[in-house]
Design a protein around this ligand. Structure first.
Ligand code: CTP
Length: 427
């Protein structure tokens, strides 16, 4: 084999879905061949496949855990099924039984194999294997047409004598032919086009923050004037909540301390609801230590010396005058704290001299990163869906174009993962 071909699948990841058929024995050899060509192979077996061969055989040949069930607590913790289907460059289904093809063509997702096929954003190569009558049956042929029209590729089946004694098309292709098909598909773009209305995040986050504790403040604070009135601001909490989502997706343990917002609590994180800056400050202190602190909340700089009773409008009396007291600066306190996280990140909402003001805030508050955004008239950052950010660090500056707040959160989490040293995780 020439040097070029031996490199053909280097650094490629193939997700091999193994269906239940006698051709399973060829799939064992397929794993060996793909690995010899430099590919990483992750195997998913259907329940029927396990009737033919033990998962252990695939574990030995792939040198990876074999995934079998949709609801595996271990798998979900280590790598959710969505990621399993997304991080691969290509999905190969071999043997692809008539039943697997039918379920894939009809969008059924009642086990791990079919869920992965439905959730994937990559091309699928099917290597069918079945009885000749099953293969030629109009129902199967219709399923094949459907899958082809969705961008799937097929290799085989070959013609020959079948295990059941009949002759005709239905035998799974030889391993060499399946490998050739995989190489030729991998040489092209294996990512499927984005469905209408779906946006691509900068990168599907891996488990980069596993074992890390990320502490986030989000939303506005409400500062009481009296028992019924308060001072607030226009922060919606969207950016902070999006960051909580993104950090959870990257495997972090997330504590989200949020002021009053109308958003639902992001799943899989600890959410602490507060109203005032003082409450937020106390909750943050309690939640430390953390590996990362991200202050996204629009914390009120001042609070009112609160009246114990509702302020009444007395006829003829002049308008009340409020005395303001400065609130604790949560970001600066975290940066100064004995329990200082490895990364302390603030947001700076500015209306002018964005980068200069952001740099000043970075120094004054003692943090490692300031995300400066323009909240001036027309920017629609406050309460809006998009954000345009300048990421100011002590040693560098990155200016990111206007993007969806979730996308910005994903990019930021990616940057955080890069900046964190591997040591010092606070579990
Ligand atoms: N912040 C905080 N506690 C405060 C005020 C602000 O933790 N009492 C944090 C915010 O969460 C944000 C950063 O500090 O991450 C910057 O907030 P910003 O309001 O822009 O800065 P201020 O220090 O309030 O300065 P100014 O409003 O004068 O620009």
């Amino acid at each position: 084999m020439g040097a070029k071909l031996t490199q053909a699948l280097r650094d490629r990841e193939i997700l091999l879905i193994v269906g239940g058929g006698i051709a399973v024995y060829k799939s064992l050899d397929l794993v060996r061949r793909l690995r010899a060509l430099g590919a990483r192979v992750r195997v998913v077996m259907t329940t029927a496949a396990k009737e033919f061969v033990s998962p252990l055989a695939f574990v030995s040949l792939s040198n990876e855990a074999v995934h079998e069930t949709l609801f595996s607590a271990t798998d979900e913790q280590e790598m959710g099924h969505i990621q399993l289907s997304r991080r691969a460059d290509l999905i190969v289904v071999a043997p692809a039984t008539a039943h697997l093809l039918a379920r894939a063509a009809n969008g059924l997702c009642d086990d791990l194999a079919t869920t992965l096929m439905l959730a994937t954003d990559k091309r699928i190569v099917f290597a069918p294997a079945m009885n000749v009558r099953m293969w030629t049956h109009p129902a199967t042929q219709k399923n094949i047409d459907t899958l082809r029209s969705q961008g799937a590729y097929f290799v085989g089946p070959d013609e020959g004598e079948m295990a059941c004694g009949e002759f005709g098309p239905g035998r799974m292709s030889e391993v060499e032919d399946i490998v050739d098909k995989i190489i030729s598909v991998c040489a092209q773009e294996t990512r499927l086009p984005l469905p209408r209305g779906v946006q691509q995040c900068p990168r599907i986050i891996g488990n980069d923050l596993i074992g890390r504790h990320v502490l986030i403040t989000s939303g506005p604070t409400h500062e009481a004037i009296d028992p019924v009135r308060y001072i607030a601001n226009r922060s919606s909490g969207r950016q902070g909540h999006a960051l909580a989502h993104a950090a959870v997706a990257a495997g972090a343990r997330v504590t989200l301390i949020t002021g009053p917002v109308t958003l639902a609590d992001p799943p899989a994180c600890q959410v602490i609801h507060v109203e005032s800056a003082a409450q937020m400050s106390a909750a943050v202190e309690q939640a430390l230590p953390a590996d990362v602190f991200i202050g996204v909340a629009a914390v009120a700089d001042w609070r009112v010396v609160q009246a114990d009773h509702k302020i009444k409008k007395e006829p003829g009396a002049s308008a009340p005058v409020f005395t303001l007291v400065e609130n604790p600066d949560i970001l600066a306190s975290v940066a100064k704290s004995q329990k200082r996280p490895a990364l302390v990140i603030g947001f700076a909402a500015e209306t002018q001299n964005l980068i200069d003001s952001g740099r000043k805030k970075l120094i004054a508050k003692g943090c490692d990163m300031i995300i400066a955004n323009d909240v001036g008239e027309g920017s629609e950052v406050f309460g809006g869906a998009n954000n345009e950010a300048h990421v100011i660090m002590r040693d560098s500056l990155q200016s990111w174009p206007k993007m969806d707040k979730m996308m910005l959160a994903t990019k930021l989490v990616e940057l955080i993962a890069q900046r964190l040293s591997p040591e010092g995780a606070n579990r």
